[in-house]
Design a protein around this ligand. Structure first.
Ligand code: NAG
Ligand code: NAG
Ligand code: NAG
Ligand code: ZN
Length: 530
């Protein structure tokens, strides 16, 4: 067997030199080249659907809203994940499929720039789409008057902005947040915190510049709207002070004040006659008595939760994003006035920063599972679901792999240096691998034909070197997809802060609580006959 494999590899190597590039990438069941009838039928189906959507716009009021945020899930990542899904799950060519939200009736492009940056970070981006106001780089829940590290300015209530969580709570709705990052990380923090620096997650990170400001974990446990959030799930036992283990992760945030904010959070609820529960593993989540629980805090990692590819699925392990989403919806649905829920696939971003496309795509698919789970549980006639991303990454899809080529494989050869290159690459990242070759008297790049480019840890070549984990965000627009009441408000290219206003208008809350009008569409001016 081993010998046969060796012979095959050898043969492949020989063939590769003379054969078309397609030989290099593993190929999946390739469809026959579909003919005219196939494309006409498909377009007819889509036209019918598009007309149905246009004639049946839902102008109702959204009782519930779920915002799904794929952190760092740019267009490239979704296209790649769509192909990856078809190849991995169905052994198909991959290009022909859809991710669940790609069939939502409405979508739009979203401009992600910040007040002071062309390319966004998660903190200011989330401030835009959760509070409806664009902000400065690195800041959370504050307006243009607060720049990074301006602790004093961030304390002024005039400079703070309210979020969709505040708006929903004001209408008597339940609220929840579910993420795979620390619950104090940038995206979830923008729902409840006001901070001049997203890194101020716990007391030890405040330092001198943050002196006098309250860390994000304490804002979650002590302040409104954080402490009134019914469902809080993700990682973050370090910043919440609920683990006995010392913080050895330089990227996590451990407390030095000795406070157990999880315990304080529990006591605050029970003192008011509510039932509250703290859970920390999959078993705890599955055992949760949802009917008799008003508040739940699930902290499933000391720092972030694991990537989906590394997640342990046993009782002592971690729940999937879908498991957390499902539990959250069941608990929040108990409120007759409805709820607001945010679900973040938070580590798509981290996998891309690590230049690991495969881990990122597994997390996109876990995120998709969460969306599918939600769709199975809610009625989209009264529930608005938005799926979006905060910003993109600098991953790209190179030309011209053949149809059905492994998305993690080799795309083609460069005619210039005669070396192969992968389909997925980064314009910057720690996969940078160029060196000076004295024999050739020039700089040469790594030969990727000698490595397994489909492995989880493979880091594709990058043009600009970055430290490990330092691949950057990308600045092109992201997409937003919507289904449910008023989803047609997403219809062209919009600014990122518009998303919060769509939520407010759909659910009649926040700045749109009193101006929540529903004009009747007037078709009389339209020519209905040919
Ligand atoms: C903090 O409180 C929670 C909830 O009571 C408990 O499970 C946890 O063990 C406590 N952690 C520490 C470090 O005291
Ligand atoms: C947890 O989620 C996974 C998908 O991520 C699903 O296969 C499994 O059935 C879920 N388990 C429960 C108990 O909901
Ligand atoms: C490459 O890595 C993938 C993923 O870890 C593995 O399934 C596959 O067997 C590897 N291929 C080779 C030729 O080692
Ligand atoms: Zn990021």
């Amino acid at each position: 067997m081993a010998r046969r494999l060796q012979t095959m590899l050898l043969l492949t190597a020989v063939v590769v030199l003379s054969a078309p590039p397609s030989v290099l990438g593993q190929k999946y069941r390739r469809p026959r080249r579909e003919g005219q009838q196939y494309w006409k039928n498909m377009a007819s189906q889509d036209l019918k659907e598009a007309m149905d959507v246009a004639m049946n716009q839902n102008w109702g009021v959204a009782k519930n809203v779920i915002m799904f945020v794929g952190d760092g899930m740019g267009i490239t990542a979704t296209t790649a994940a769509r192909i990856y899904k078809g190849q991995q799950r169905f052994g198909r060519s991959g290009e022909e499929g859809y991710l669940r939200w790609e069939k939502f009736p409405n979508s739009a492009f979203i401009k992600t720039y910040l007040l002071d940056r062309q390319v966004a970070d998660s903190a200011a981006a989330a401030t835009a789409f959760f509070s409806g106001v664009k902000a400065n780089y690195y800041t959370i829940g504050v307006d243009n008057r607060v720049q990074k590290n301006m602790c004093f300015a961030s304390l002024d209530h005039k400079n703070q902005v309210s979020s969709v969580i505040d708006w929903a709570q004001k209408e008597g709705k339940h609220t929840g947040l579910v993420t795979t990052t620390r619950v104090t990380h940038a995206t979830p923090a923008a729902l409840y915190a006001h901070s001049a620096n997203r890194d101020w997650e716990c007391d030890t990170s405040l330092g001198l510049v943050g002196h006098g400001c309250k860390d994000i974990a304490r804002q979650l446990a002590e302040d409104e709207p954080g402490r009134s959030i019914n469902v809080i799930m993700g990682g973050g036992r370090h910043p919440m002070g609920s683990t006995y283990l010392p913080n050895t992760d330089p990227r996590s945030c451990g407390r030095a004040d000795g406070r157990n904010l999880t315990l304080e959070w529990l006591l605050h609820k029970t003192a008011r006659g509510y039932t509250a529960k703290y859970i920390h593993d999959l078993g705890g989540l599955l055992d949760l008595d949802i009917q008799n629980t008003d508040y739940v805090m699930g902290l499933f990692g000391d720092s972030h939760m694991d990537f989906e590819a590394d997640r342990k699925n046993h009782a002592g392990g971690q729940p999937s994003l879908a498991n957390m989403t499902s539990t959250a919806i069941r608990l929040l649905s108990k409120n007759r006035k409805g709820y607001f829920l945010m679900v973040e696939g938070g580590r798509i971003d981290h996998a891309l920063h690590n230049s690991e496309p495969r881990r990122a795509m597994d997390d996109v698919l876990a995120f998709e599972d969460a969306v599918t789970t939600a769709l199975n549980q809610v009625d989209t006639r009264d529930t608005l679901i938005i799926v979006t991303a905060d910003h993109s990454h600098v991953m790209t899809i190179n030309g011209y792999p053949v149809r059905g080529n492994n998305i993690l494989g080799i795309a083609d050869y460069s005619e210039t240096d005669k070396l192969p290159y992968t389909t997925l690459m980064f314009t910057n990242g720690h996969g940078y691998d160029y060196r000076y070759d004295a024999a050739q008297g020039k700089v040469v790049r790594a030969d990727v034909s000698t490595v397994n480019t489909t492995a989880y840890g493979y880091t594709p070549l990058a043009a600009v070197p970055m430290p490990e984990g330092g691949e950057t965000h990308g600045g092109e627009d992201v997409a937003a997809f919507a289904i449910g009441p008023m989803s047609h408000l997403l219809h062209r290219t919009h600014e990122q802060n518009y998303l919060a206003h769509v939520v407010g208008m759909a659910a009649c809350m926040g700045p749109h609580a009193s101006t929540c009008t529903r004009p009747k569409p007037d078709l009389s001016h339209q020519i209905l006959r040919r």
